[in-house]
Ligand binder design. Sequence first.
Ligand code: ADP
Ligand code: ZN
Ligand code: ZN
Length: 753
Amino acid sequence: MKIAKVLINTSVKSLNKVYDYLVPEKMEQDIKIGKRVLVSFGKGRSDEEAIIVKIEEKTAEELKSYNYKLKEIIEILDEVSYINESRLKLAKYISFLYFCNVYDALKLMLPPGTKSKNTKKSLNTKQNTLVKLIKNQEEIMEDIENNVITSAKHIKLLTFLMYNDYVLINDIIDGLEISRQVINTVEKNGYITLEKVDIKPDFLTEFKVSPTEPKKPTPEQEFAIDRINSYIDSNEYKQCLLFGVTGSGKTEVYLQVIKRVLEKGKRAIVLVPEISLTYQTVNRFVSRFGNNIAILHSKMTVSKRKEEYKRIKNGEVDIIIGARSAIFAPVDNLGLVIIDEEHDGSYYSQTTPKYSTKEVASYICKENNATLILGSATPEISSFYKAQAGIMDIVTMENRPGTAVMPKIEIVNMKYDRVLGNTSDISLRLKEEIKKNIDKNEQTMIFLNRRGYLSYLRCNECSYIFKCPNCDVAFVYHKTSNLLHCHYCSHVERNVHKCPCCGSENISSSTIGTQRLEEELKEIFPGVTTLRMDADTTVAKDSHQKILDKFKNENINILIGTQMISKGHDIENVTLVGILGVDTMLGMDDYLSSERAFSNISQVSGRAGRAKLPGRVLIQTNDPDNYILNAVINNSYIEFYEKEIKHRKKFGYPPFIDIVLFEISGRNFYLVKSEIDRLYNILNSENTGIYKVFNPKAPFIQKINNKFRVNIIVKTKLNTNSYNKLYEKINIFSKTKKNGVNMVVTRNPIFIG
Ligand code: ADP
Ligand code: ZN
Ligand code: ZN
């Protein structure tokens, strides 16, 4: 008889325990490691999903030796197994490194759309319905004003559609968290139509595939290519930082070294930050390698992603491009992994398992004797430190190809503007330069740091700031729709005319947002053409690209946007970049905030003058002597790095010390508080000084979606010894944890608070 050892998909208190089940004779043929099965587990519980991790042959004698009656597997859920021994090993590694269940780690490696049994049916029904507005904007606004439309959800859906001509119903259900029922009601009320459509099965057709030939490398590129090729030829694990200024031609280097990998009969994975923001980069790969590419990203339909997974698994493609989760694509014979814009925060998973893509990639490359390339103009401090310490190699590119030069960066001291009586958020200097650009028919990008430019609603009598009732955060005010949005729980409120605190109707919005900035520019420069790219205008599929295409093709004067406009695009006619609202970035207390500020501001600056026309950048600030800004003006990452690394060493932060963050959350404040105290005591008991436990602390946002949160930070140097100690404590706490609270543990989190 065969028995199967399985991991069960449930958060049972003892992590990662393996259970034995009998394999019925009729399943013996199909049973395989890595397949998911249904089993019954525990008394009175429903059937659970499980993954087979081992299969053993047992004699009748051996079966008798179990002191309980073995149950049979109920059903095999998968036709194909995506998990083999080496994937299991990877899952165990991830579970160990990031304090999570092996099962949670295995889920990362299953094909997309592989959900638990409850949702299994809905996966097969392809929902390809297009939602379109049939009333115009004015009519809808009127109906909102006149209380014809009153439901906040309906308003949310309709205002969203105003910015997006048409959207797939799934994108609305997932992205806006609006139910099918709500959509049906809005349809019945005559505002929208639902139209069945065939989704183009071939994702590649969405890219403009005009074949490109390799460019003749510059001397710096040639050096980089030769060096990386030598790693690839060595068939050994090598890791290298490709440290090249913005626009130095890193992408061309990637393209050429991939060619080498293919010649050797191996495969490559290319990771980019969020795909919708990096369309141009992906397009360059597709243009060079055509059909030999599979693309994986979360905005594709599930069925399309499944198809791509199959093509990869069957070895039909040699190059995989995708966002962070593509590192788990089932690739055989891997020769190279490239992580583009390696400093990007999206490479850190914010949900369990909270993994670092770079760490996982490094493990996978080691296992495969493959090369790992990290590319950036502004590497993470920890990555650059590794290069300095000789843990990885580094190749530097300091120049842009051809005649393109780095932009001239200037700091605008806003204090002078105040003295001169300018009360606008746009400085006199920036106005002057925008005017020049409009006259010369050159394009301008204006970047607003979102944190500094969210618009809040405030009572002018008692200074009350309108807050979400579920979360401890201020509402964001959207002027066109007169709606208050919560960016944490999607709660929406409407028609706010009165202060809930004092009843005053004297209410105004606190700072300008992208919308107000756009209006102001139109007032200052009558006839100017503008476009806006922010959370409002880009929820729909491909909307980023549509906006950028329009900006480029119609030679629109000014593009206004949040962080989103900083990512990988290359528009020749952009010669001026204005950066507003940096001050709130410069002064945050998170240890990574300076690094984020430097990289953000540098990346946006890098959008100017990427081709023949020289670029200029104006940064507005009240803090002109700030060291981060000064390093940006000097185009000097090294200057920034040297200050920052000293600071990290002095105050005990990564890469010198590791941080483990414990977050406890729950609806009952007192329970959360008593559990965090208990955790604190467990961590501190018999602590021989291998790690340091800090006092429990309320994070910056104390309540999200009606759940209270409290944190504990532990600082240590993570090694086997300290790690095992912490793991032990986590297990003690998990086993005794009260129902109603949740614990998440993050290793070197990118946000604390
Ligand atoms: P990065 O990825 O470093 O930001 P890109 O790869 O986007 O830089 O290159 C910037 C610009 O320079 C692009 O327009 C690209 O086509 C061009 N370019 C890159 N390499 C070369 C080369 N060897 N010769 C001419 N143009 C190049
Ligand atoms: Zn008030
Ligand atoms: Zn909320």
